[in-house]
Design a protein around this ligand. Structure first.
Ligand code: COA
Length: 188
């Protein structure tokens, strides 16, 4: 079995949405109310993801594709989205970009998910290596991300990937008032 990382295509939207839904339920049950997870990730044919891609032309999305041995199509098993830093602390969804983001100095990892059936197989690590390579290639100096304070698994993953919490905290009112914390590292 080989996992390939490539740029996402608009036709990947439904598969990306399915990874997001499975991953949200596996990681966020007990942190975010079940009904909110269900509503935010309600199954569709990828329309919500396509809308996000179109509304955010500055966003880069990459996917991890498993070339599963045997019959059947290759499967999208993870994805990551990144781009200029958003001003999460001084606005509301979908957020303006910060001046450091617009200037191309600070990038942000907007989304980072792998399918729960593939956790701990190196897929997240392969996606992260590509994110860091791409943000360095685009000349960003730094990259930040926001992660739910209680998402211990992801926080451990990011810390092993060289990110450090910088002390910033944001309350996500739209998800029922859950805190998220900011991490950062050099984009290299
Ligand atoms: C967090 C997440 C993306 C990690 O993906 P993954 O595919 O399981 O990651 P990997 O298989 O590459 O990581 C395997 C292990 O290597 C570790 N690792 C990752 N990068 C590493 C590095 N650079 N150096 C050393 N170890 C590393 C990980 O901590 C992990 O350890 P564990 O198995 O003991 O937990 C995945 O668990 C996920 O999608 N979680 C739910 C969604 C989520 O929380 N996303 C973050 C939103 S902010």
């Amino acid at each position: 079995m080989v996992v390939t990382i490539r740029a996402a295509r608009i036709g990947d939207a439904a598969a990306i949405a399915a990874v997001q839904r499975a991953s949200w339920f596996a990681a966020y049950e007990g942190i975010i109310a079940h009904d909110i997870i269900d509503e935010f990730t309600a199954p569709d044919d990828g329309a919500r993801m396509r809308q996000t891609f179109r509304a955010r032309p500055w966003q880069h999305t990459i996917v991890a594709v498993a070339d599963v041995a045997g019959p059947g199509p290759a499967a999208i098993i993870g994805y990551a989205s990144f781009g200029p830093e958003r001003d999460v602390l001084h606005g509301s969804w979908p957020y303006e970009l910060t001046s450091a983001g617009v200037a191309g100095q600070v990038a942000e990892l907007y989304a980072f998910y792998t399918d729960p059936g593939w956790w701990s197989t190196g897929t997240g690590r392969a996606l992260m290596e590509r994110v860091l390579r791409d943000t360095a290639r685009l000349d960003f100096a730094e990259i930040v991300l926001w992660v739910l304070e209680k998402n211990a698994r992801a926080r451990r993953f990011y810390e092993r990937a060289g990110f450090t919490a910088d002390g910033a905290v944001n309350m996500i009112d739209g998800l029922g008032g859950v805190p998220e914390v900011r991490y950062r590292r050099a984009a290299s």
